[in-house]
Design a protein around this ligand. Sequence first.
Ligand SMILES: [Zn+2]
Length: 424
Amino acid sequence: MNSEINRQKGFFHDLEVMTRDKRDKYLWQKMKDLLGFAYDNSKAFRTRMDKAGLAPRDIKNIRDWPLIPALPKKELVHLQPAGPDLGGLLTCSAGELRHVYLSPGPIVDPEARHKDYWGFAEAFYAAGFRKSDIVQMTFSYHFTPAGLMMEEPLHEIGCAVFPAGPGNTDGQIEVMTRLGVTGFVGMASFLKIIADKAENKGLDLKNDLNLEVAFVAAERLSESLRKELEERLGMQIRQGYGTADLGCIAYECPEKNGMHLSSRVYVEICDPETKKPLASGETGEVLVTPFNPAYPLIRLATGDLSALEEQACPCGRTAPRLKGILGRVDDTVKAKGQFIYPSQVDEALKNLSGIRSWKLVVTNPDGRDRISLHVLSSGGIDSVTVSKAFQDKIKLRAEIIVSHDEAGFHESNQKIEDQRIWDQ
Ligand SMILES: [Zn+2]
């Protein structure tokens, strides 16, 4: 039905193609306005600044921004219960909001009344959604913001939405075929369940279903799953990164080479401990400042790890790109003065055949950090090769312990264990 539509080209608004210089000025103006407003209207933010002995006039330019103390996401749970203004985090009363949600944590997620509050419209346009698409929304509409959060941008673009929510695979397939649904929003793993079941029912995934475009989120998307689904269903699948506190942070374009930062946020990649920005391209914690005066979560430390790619993208969008979500801060360890991330170890070992799994353990038997890398081998790998690969990539020495016993290598276990004992 929509095969004439060009899902690859075009932009939702011209903020996506600002020059570097213009972008910096635009961001700084937004940051400065938010800073002043939050200081005057959010008790929680003012307290945070006062404790650091800072006032808005001390933040004179974008380079001063990291002086503002970060707000770790975990702290929201403790800050929020104090009163209907969410512990002074909100700058309006709860009754003035459009929706209020509750996410696991438990964390309250406010939604103010302004247009495209969660900011996903440019992300959905970049993913390929266009006016007159009929879209099946399979995120939940209850308690958490997911369903309504993802529905809003579709209205902005001019799509019709079927509010399916999760589950009920048979019903989902019936709606898809009867309405000629062209777009899917939800988890990629659920799209696979739908595709498998539709095929088992004897449906032809390309002819009986009319799917052309999907936006997926909320779980890690492997390239193999994406490729499989794109081929089987004859559609394009793009992903985005956002949270229930912050809304849209970054999203993929047709090029599929990382996620462009949204024009509605300022993102810093920081040292997980000091929360100070790292050099461009380094892996660190994602800190986000959404330009949202109603709920000004300035420098929210997400606990997610990523790195920035600054090189120009062929799609024409000028915002830097996040190189995917590379793990969680909680799964990392700082040993010998350096952070080690699970994704780095994966990268170091990826070209070595014969390694089925690994686990990194850090101890400090004599007060000095010792790193042991346990590898589960299916034979043919020697510790010298592993040691060299680890050191080449991570620039630290590790004791390599090759094992043939699967015990201790379960996928659900933490890949990095900090077993150091500290003096009180
Ligand atoms: Zn791009």
